[in-house]
Design a protein around this ligand. Structure first.
Ligand code: FES
Length: 145
């Protein structure tokens, strides 16, 4: 589950996410202990809602009724991917202008990032968006060589 960072205890629901973006940034919360995993920015997630028909099949399999969740940490140099390119409906990293397509497993559309944003599988449990598995790849930027 994903609480709003600025609204005490309130969980993000489907209705809170505008259809077609932009993203809502959130940290996941452990449903048992109610601990919000905000100790590291590596846990920052982008949640975006689309019409499921707009998602690739691979993406739809890890989405919940059109809601997709991705690491919000850029795979280039680890900046937060906090911007939204409204025309193309892409996630946008302002550090070096990488765009990721959230309808296609956050594929790199433009810019220097070397790989997709890892996806976080989610599901709906009693109407609440809930983490359904681990990230599909390593979270974070490239390590300096
Ligand atoms: S850190 Fe995101 S494009 Fe460079």
């Amino acid at each position: 589950m994903f609480p709003f960072g600025d609204r005490e205890g309130q969980l993000i629901t489907l209705e809170d996410l505008p259809l077609g973006g932009p993203q809502q940034l959130a940290y996941p919360m452990d449903p048992r202990t109610k601990t919000v995993r905000n100790g590291s920015t590596l846990n920052l997630i982008s949640l975006i809602r689309f019409d499921p028909a707009q998602l690739t099949e691979e993406t739809r399999e890890l989405a919940a009724r059109g809601v997709v969740a991705y690491s919000a940490i850029c795979t280039h140099q680890g900046c937060p991917v906090s911007m939204w390119e409204a025309h193309a409906k892409n996630l946008f990293c302002a550090c070096h202008a990488t765009q990721f397509d959230p309808r296609d497993r956050a594929r790199v559309v433009d810019g220097p990032a070397p790989r997709r944003l890892p996806m976080l599988p989610i599901k709906l449990v009693d109407g609440v968006l809930t983490v359904a598995g681990g990230f599909t790849g390593r979270v974070g930027g490239e390590r300096p060589s």
